[in-house]
Ligand binder design. Structure first.
Ligand code: ADP
Ligand code: MG
Length: 817
């Protein structure tokens, strides 16, 4: 047997017919000169030789060494995109996919039809595309359509050190696809690129590669970076602390760009505004005299500088960095304006810092959802006589390299998604980052000359950071991934070659949920992890939303409900469509305004919730009403602001509705939905159907109002019982159903604030439960009254049965079955 394997391997290694052509690229002299400075260029020979001789290789090199921009060009020149096949590169972040495709197109002097990108909502790929940048989620979807990825000659998995869930799964899948392709005589290459040397999870992993792929290290030209810790650690107002530190650097230290790391978009904008106020920048306002004045000040400041401890940067590059979920493809409906920023009044904070505005500071924001033209600005040199200051989320940590940075200001935090195993509740929280991540951030200061990193926390706090954080896959529920894999006919998910496998417990929970949704066949025995996918499951897998919502979409075509189901699912997927108006006001005036807006929002919510039958759909009716009204008004920022809706969320919902409509049409073309953004309200009949569809999708989120006998304990007043939680959950005062308190409800999720509140609540009729959720019910033997009877149309014996809801034993009314 062993002999056979080694023979197979020989075949695998030999089979790839190497492209013999050399495709010339016409680069401009400036580009050519800039390229020659990149460390990765020195390794071109080694890399291409390794690519030729191995089915897969790993490339490690510091951020900024040229991996992302140059390696695709090496492959292109060597003819890997010449026989009608293309080179694909995956990125965990949308922003990197878009911006890198632009950069490479520019370097190669090729149009975007040839060097293209594809992300969740948009792309510019054509039949002429030769190099395609995409998010990892996009490639995963393509594998579902064509497991062998025939279009691609090479796949590059970039930023593998980020360990994003989709990246991990792609590496697992490609470890199988590449040998398969080579066996079939359709050679394919896999390149894994990482910013750190910690790649054992990929290389020394028998489950993945039988022969470990060679690792090529790109030597980085990194200059020493001096680390400065704060004496004390501000617990809350780190944005304010970042402001003071940046002002100090700008006033006292020699020229060189400043890069500030904060956690989210709102914080970034807040700090940008304050810095711009403190150091106003007017175009063409600098003269030579200004510049020499600036130089004089810098020189003076330099003389005062003390010598400080120095760290060895080679000491940290072996560790991977932390993940920052917020910029990820998977994180739709993410952090936006969550109100988590501590926004000190500008006037107060800025007057206390006596800024010297004589040297302009050129302040630029950088985060994933920023418009591409704005993003591109950080790569251009700042206007003469100014100092560049980029305020960024951790997108600047490894995905993008900004030239000319000498000072890094690091708040030490990161915004991350957290999940609760039991309730499935997820939330974004700001937490400490890891040591590896903090070191990566520091490293950004030493790209072009020795630099400085100012950490807004003490060395003791740094010592308490985790060394690095676990792969994302171990921190989240995996039902969506399991469904995707089953759709790829990977039935034994436990055996999948994950670089880091999720816990068996998480896999079992996912499999159980999918079975109960009807996406997988019933297991022969409980806990078995190899249930194959059902036709319903296949349909669900083609919708880019979580399986619970996918089930609703799959059922949605009944009674012409589809446009409504699509709108509700899109709105639920985008998570929070209402602005947070409960934030603390900064002034009397703002407080009055907030009160007015809150009143208006309450009024609108009531209007959208409707009355009678519509009201029973509860909060989901409010979503439907809001989406409909907003589209009717043309989805303008003004309409959103006036009615307490988040404009960004509404735009995202619109895009997602289009995308879901296409997906549904692809699955069942006979329905042929066409979504008119402006919906007419659903009829009474449709509302009932919608409620049932919602119940079918959210069956494991059923709650029952507490019964009289349980009311002895006052904590249960107005509370609801759920099968999985010991404590009561409640309907929020903002909910459309707060006054009604229906006996049975389903909810979208539970959020813990002052109490455990259900969000997205919708009322359910008791008799629907045994009919729509039989998998959760224990049925009695046939009732004697009325007696069983023969139904001639179905040819079966019909009867009435009572049932109880699993675990909790809720008695349900007898229904005909
Ligand atoms: P790596 O992938 O190894 O981190 P990159 O290939 O992203 O490195 O970057 C290589 C160099 O190209 C860096 O010096 C970076 O500053 C530069 N660069 C990347 N994108 C742009 C751009 N849009 N404009 C100008 N320079 C860029
Ligand atoms: Mg890169």
């Amino acid at each position: 047997k062993e002999k056979k394997t080694s023979e197979q391997e020989k075949v695998q290694n030999k089979a790839p017919s190497q492209p013999a052509v050399f495709i010339p690229v016409d680069r401009s002299p400036e580009i050519q000169e800039a390229r020659l400075k990149l460390p990765v260029l020195a390794e071109e020979q080694v890399i291409m030789e390794a690519v030729r001789e191995n089915p897969g290789i790993v490339i490690c090199g510091e951020t900024g060494s040229g991996k992302t921009t140059q390696v695709p060009q090496f492959l292109y020149e060597a003819g890997y995109a010449s026989d009608g096949q293309i080179i694909g590169i995956t990125e965990p972040r949308r922003v990197a996919a878009v911006s890198m495709s632009h950069r490479v197109a520019k370097e190669m002097n090729l149009p975007p039809q040839v060097v293209s990108y594809q992300i969740r909502y948009e792309g510019n790929v054509t039949s002429d595309t030769k190099i395609k940048f995409m998010t990892d989620g996009v490639l995963l979807k393509e594998i579902q359509k064509d497991f062998l990825l025939r279009r691609y000659r090479v796949i590059i998995i970039d930023e593998a050190h980020e360990r994003s869930v989709y990246t991990d799964i792609l590496i697992g899948l490609l470890s199988r696809i590449v040998p398969l392709r080579n066996k079939k005589g359709m050679p394919m290459k896999l390149l894994i690129m990482s910013a750190t040397l910690r790649v054992e999870d990929f290389t020394d992993n028998q489950r993945l590669f039988r022969t470990p792929p060679p690792v090529i290290k790109v030597d980085s030209r990194q200059f020493p970076v001096t680390i400065h810790f704060n004496k004390r650690t501000p617990m809350e107002d780190y944005t304010g602390e970042a402001f003071h530190k940046t002002c100090k650097i700008h006033r006292m230290l020699p020229p060189g760009g400043i890069l500030v790391f904060l956690t989210g978009q709102a914080e970034v904008h807040n700090l940008c505004r304050r810095l711009r106020n403190a150091f106003p920048f007017r175009k063409n306002n600098t003269t030579d005299a200004d510049t020499s004045e600036a130089m004089r000040k810098f020189k003076k400041a330099k003389q005062k500088k003390k010598s400080l401890p120095r760290i060895d940067l080679d000491n940290y590059s072996a560790l991977p960095v932390d993940e920052g979920d917020e910029d990820r493809e998977a994180g739709i409906g993410d952090e936006e304006d969550g109100g988590s920023d501590l926004d000190i009044g500008d006037d107060l904070a800025d007057s206390e810092e006596k800024a010297d505005p004589s040297i302009p500071l050129y302040v630029l924001p950088l985060y994933s959802l920023l418009a591409p033209e704005q993003q591109a600005k950080v790569f251009r040199p700042p206007p003469p006589g100014t100092r560049l200051c980029v305020v960024a989320t951790n997108v600047a940590e490894t995905s993008l390299t900004i030239p000319g940075i000498k000072y890094v200001v690091d708040c030490g935090r990161v915004k991350k998604r957290f999940y609760d195993r039991v309730t499935g509740v997820s939330s974004f929280k700001v937490t400490w980052t890891s040591q590896a991540s903090a070191n990566q951030r520091a490293g950004r200061a030493g790209r072009t000359e020795p630099g400085h990193c100012y950490r807004l926390y003490s060395s003791a706090v740094f010592g308490d950071f985790s060394l690095f954080s676990e792969a994302e896959i171990t921190r989240r529920p995996v039902e969506d991934l399991v469904l995707q894999m089953k759709d790829l006919n990977i039935d034994k998910v436990v055996n999948f070659p994950f670089p880091t496998p999720p816990s068996t417990e998480a896999l079992v929970a996912a499999e159980q949920l999918l079975v109960s949704l009807g996406a997988l066949e019933e297991p022969p025995r409980t806990g078995s992890l190899s249930c194959p996918i059902t036709p319903l499951g296949r349909a669900m897998a083609s919708f880019p939303v979580t399986p619970r919502y996918a089930k609703m979409l799959a059922l949605g075509k009944q009674q012409d409900c589809l446009p409504y189901v699509i709108a509700v699912v899109a709105a639920m997927t985008v998570r929070e469509i209402f602005e947070d108006l409960d934030r603390p006001a900064r002034s009397e005036e703002e407080s009055t305004k907030l009160t007015q807006r809150r009143a208006r929002m309450t009024q609108m919510r009531r209007l959208w919730a409707g009355q009678g039958a519509a009201l029973q759909l509860g909060d989901l009716m409010v979503l439907l009403g809001a989406v409909g009204a907003c589209e009717f008004a043309g989805c303008t920022p003004k309409f959103c602001e006036d009615n307490g809706l988040r404009y960004k969320a509404m735009v995202e919902i619109r895009k997602l509705r289009g995308q879901l409509t296409n997906a549904v049409n692809a699955v069942c073309p006979e329905v042929g939905v066409f979504v008119d953004p402006k919906m007419t309200p659903p009829t009474e009949h449709q509302v009932v159907c919608l409620r049932q569809i919602v119940l079918a999708g959210l069956g494991d989120h059923l709650a029952r109002r507490v019964q009289a006998e349980d009311l002895l304990d006052p904590k249960w007043k107005n509370g609801y019982k759920t099968p999985l939680m010991d404590d009561p959950v409640f309907i929020h005062p903002n909910s459309a159903l707060f006054k009604t308190l229906p006996e049975f409800v389903v909810y979208q999720e539970v959020m813990e604030t002052t109490k455990m509140y259900m969000r997205g609540v919708s009322a359910v009729e008791a008799e629907w439960i045994p009919q729509l959720l039989p998998q959760y019910c224990h049925f009695s033997s046939p009732e004697e009254s009325p007696l069983p009877w023969f139904c001639s149309s179905s040819g079966t014996i019909r009867c009435h049965r009572k049932s109880t809801f699993f675990r909790v034993g809720w008695q349900l009314p007898a229904v005909e079955m």
